[in-house]
Design a protein around this ligand. Structure first.
Ligand code: F6P
Length: 429
């Protein structure tokens, strides 16, 4: 069977890379991950051990929401919303919701009063459910949004509000869990041994994704296949490890920014999810690649100039799905006043693919190291595969840098400052 995902480096001259030279360090890290019972690596075998009963319980709630609501409001920030949003955007039509789903909207990932006000206004003539997602159960953005939406739901549905609130949180230590228990809200667990940014393939992602109309069985099947394919410790046979090695080698050569580039706008939130995954996992102890992203061809007309010609800080990783089902023909015109007949009767996706090839060639000639990640098809199965691929590559990549991939101590610094300012301001108020 052909490989479902391939990582290649275009301009080998940057690397002279023999991935086998990393075989022993990769093997040691691989073993560490296999043995690390006390680390938050529940995601590593998660897709392989997910039981039918668990998926069915998610699907039952998802069906109820689809029947009884026009909108699901998902409250969460970081790993508690990016994955669901990423998969939903990647696999839904552009201008309407998926035919098997309802609208899923997100809140609690910013502190904008305008966003909150307009969200509430948009709900006035709609029936809605709330899924509040927080591993810690006390993140400021999501807690504030939950306070507002809970109150609004109680005003609208009175006692019935209880049944329209689903809580997804840590089963042991979480303020949100206490609230849910006290109020009798239904709960889904985020396994204690899975951190926020590795939690997409748990109830965190699966419930909203299913309500959005996407087949979560296919998503999980893709992740399962990846979990099997990417079990090999040898970098020659493991695409996730190969990707981790290439980016590590480029880091060692002085590159400091990895730019994830796609040519399909639906992938822009996959970029955002990937940024959190790699940014929070690796950016520690004054080390790590800064994960940035571009949406082409849009950004060829803004950041493209810098990529081609600017400070040589970055390398590019092109994420490419070979098959995107929907497409549109460019018409032939008898009056060729825009001189575009030479590309008529071809499709937009064909032109998009040629643009991608041209961009890769130009940027490579401009001296930018280029990695390509090629995936067969843009569907739930292959997106599930890709998600798992990135998570495994990320853990390997961080350990190659000698950085612990599963905490985010740096995030606490700004949180403390904000809390301190809020307390000072409230006293003065
Ligand atoms: O799920 P929680 O606990 O609300 O956290 C949301 C996000 O906030 C962070 O802790 C960073 O602030 C992320 O690691 C996490 O995904």
């Amino acid at each position: 069977m052909a490989q479902l995902l391939l990582t290649t480096i275009i301009n080998e001259r940057f690397l002279n890379l023999d991935v086998s030279q990393y075989a022993s360090s990769v093997s040691a890290i691989h073993q560490h991950l296999e043995d690390a019972e006390n680390e938050p690596i529940g995601w590593l075998n998660g897709p392989l051990t997910m039981d039918e009963e668990y998926i069915n319980s998610l699907l039952m709630v998802s069906d109820e929401i689809k029947k009884r609501a026009d909108v699901l409001v998902v409250i969460g920030v970081g790993g508690s919303y990016l994955g669901a949003k990423a998969v939903q955007e990647a696999l839904s039509p552009y201008f309407k919701h998926h035919e098997n789903g309802i609208d899923v909207v997100y809140v609690g990932f910013n502190l904008s009063g305008a966003y909150m006000n307009q969200l509430i206004e948009s709900l006035h003539d709609k029936d809605f459910y709330i899924n509040v997602i927080s591993k810690s159960g006390s993140t400021m953005e999501s807690s504030l949004a939950f306070r507002v939406l809970r109150q609004y739901s109680e005003e609208r549905y009175k006692e019935g509000a209880k049944n329209r609130i689903i809580v997804t949180t840590d089963p042991e230590k979480s303020l949100l869990k206490e609230i849910a228990d006290n109020q009798g809200y239904r709960k889904f667990d985020i396994p204690t041994n899975i951190g926020g940014r590795y939690s997409l393939l748990t109830s965190v992602g699966l419930l909203p994704i299913s309500v959005a109309g996407i087949n979560i069985y296919e998503l999980i099947e893709g992740a399962k296949k990846a979990a099997i394919d990417l079990k090999d410790r040898s970098p020659e046979k493991n695409e996730a490890y190969r990707y981790a090695i290439i980016r590590h080698a480029l880091y060692a050569q002085g590159y400091r920014i990895e730019l994830l580039a796609s040519f399909e706008p639906a992938l822009s939130y996959i970029h955002e999810w990937w940024k959190q995954l790699f940014g929070e996992s690796e950016g520690k102890n004054k080390k790590g690649l800064f994960p940035a992203s571009v949406n082409y061809s849009t950004d060829l007309h803004s950041l493209g100039q810098f990529v081609q010609d600017g400070s040589p800080l970055l390398f590019e990783t092109f994420l490419h799905f070979k098959e995107v089902t929907d497409d549109y023909y460019i018409p032939y015109k008898t009056i060729n006043d825009d001189y575009l007949n030479f590309i008529s009767n071809r499709t937009f996706n064909e032109i998009n693919s040629i643009s991608k090839q041209g961009t890769v060639l130009a940027h490579a000639e401009g001296g930018v190291p280029i990695i390509q990640i090629e995936v067969e098809r843009l569907d739930a199965f292959h997106v599930g595969y890709l998600i798992y691929f990135f998570m495994k590559a990320c853990a390997m990549s961080a350990y190659l840098l000698d950085v612990y991939p599963f905490d985010q101590p740096g995030v606490e610094a700004y949180k403390k400052k904000i809390t301190q300012l809020l307390i000072e301001e409230s006293i003065a108020h």
